[in-house]
Design a protein around this ligand. Structure first.
Ligand code: DHB
Ligand code: FE
Length: 279
């Protein structure tokens, strides 16, 4: 059976793409952010994943406001990105793990999750930049399965529902007849708000408590509805739902391997965490 080797959760600010392109990793502004990924990559060398299931939110590249699935799973042979207008260069295509895609889709629908299946799918900065942070040479040594959660157009799925989605995906991966090693990557957050009266809003105490909760009390954030989470984390901070779904895949107990938290990157409180399932 397939093995879940662990999870990485991280922010996905578009400016990271430009910084990579311009090789600004050691500039004073960027160093505290990029340094947070050195230990992540060291951990990946021993985790040796073959496949990555990526929870992220599309921001208008693949789904626009006219057609917005709450949950969508990719089942394409390959995934590319395209110009989103942030000045990020396009990067090499990702190979899809279609057997796992269809296994997840079948198991999710059987468990009453009415997901959208995508046999063609563009992936945006929320997918590509975290992948480039994990594998800077961009010679992807892994196949991928994208799982998209709507956090851009209301109504949004509840934290409770996202947690349940992650649990179900965890069960499905553990029941996948394959000897592959699976990494879960969740991207978004932490607190940030890009528009309106609270533009620039960041909530460090909440972010820290949220990161702590993922190992101590993983369902902690499910006590709030999406309006309450927006109030605490900002309109885009609600992207923390990806962290929650990712954490749920690991099962009842998980241990923290590494974290970094740095304010700000662009308008965002940026965080990265590595977790492993704990027996
Ligand atoms: C920013 C953050 C995001 O999560 C995003 O998708 C776009 C922009 C920002 O802080 O600039
Ligand atoms: Fe975002």
């Amino acid at each position: 059976m397939a093995q879940i080797v662990g999870a990485v959760t991280t922010s996905h600010v578009p400016a990271i793409g430009k910084a990579i392109f311009k090789q600004l990793q050691n500039e004073p502004y960027w160093k505290p952010f990029f340094d947070g990924f050195v230990k992540v990559r060291r951990w990946l060398e021993s985790a040796r994943p073959d496949v990555v299931v990526v929870f992220y939110n599309d921001h208008g590249l693949n789904f626009f406001l006219d057609k917005m699935p709450t949950f969508a799973v990719g089942a394409a042979p390959s995934y590319t990105n395209a110009d989103e207008g942030w000045g990020i260069p396009t990067i090499p295509a990702f190979r899809g793990e279609q057997d796992l895609s269809w296994h997840l889709i079948n198991r999710l629908v059987a468990a009453d999750f009415d997901i959208t299946t995508c046999q063609e799918m563009l992936v945006d900065h929320a997918f590509t930049l975290p992948m480039a942070l994990l594998w800077p040479d961009q010679k992807w040594p892994v196949q991928v399965v994208p799982v998209c959660i709507n956090t851009v157009q209301f109504p949004l799925p509840s934290a409770k529902r996202c947690y349940a989605l992650g649990e179900q995906i965890g069960n499905a991966i553990r029941g996948w007849q394959s000897d592959k090693r699976v990494l879960i990557l969740g991207t978004g957050g932490l607190s940030h708000q890009l528009e309106g009266e609270r533009a620039g809003f960041i909530n460090k105490p909440f972010d820290i408590q949220f990161m702590d909760s993922l190992t101590k009390d993983p369902k902690w954030a499910t006590q709030w509805n999406s309006a309450e989470l927006v109030e605490k984390a900002g309109t885009q901070g609600i992207e923390l739902l990806m962290w929650l779904a990712t954490r749920a895949v690991l099962g009842d107990k998980a241990r923290e391997v590494h974290r970094n938290y740095h304010i700000p990157i662009s308008n965002t409180a940026s965080g990265v965490m590595v977790m492993e399932p704990a027996a």
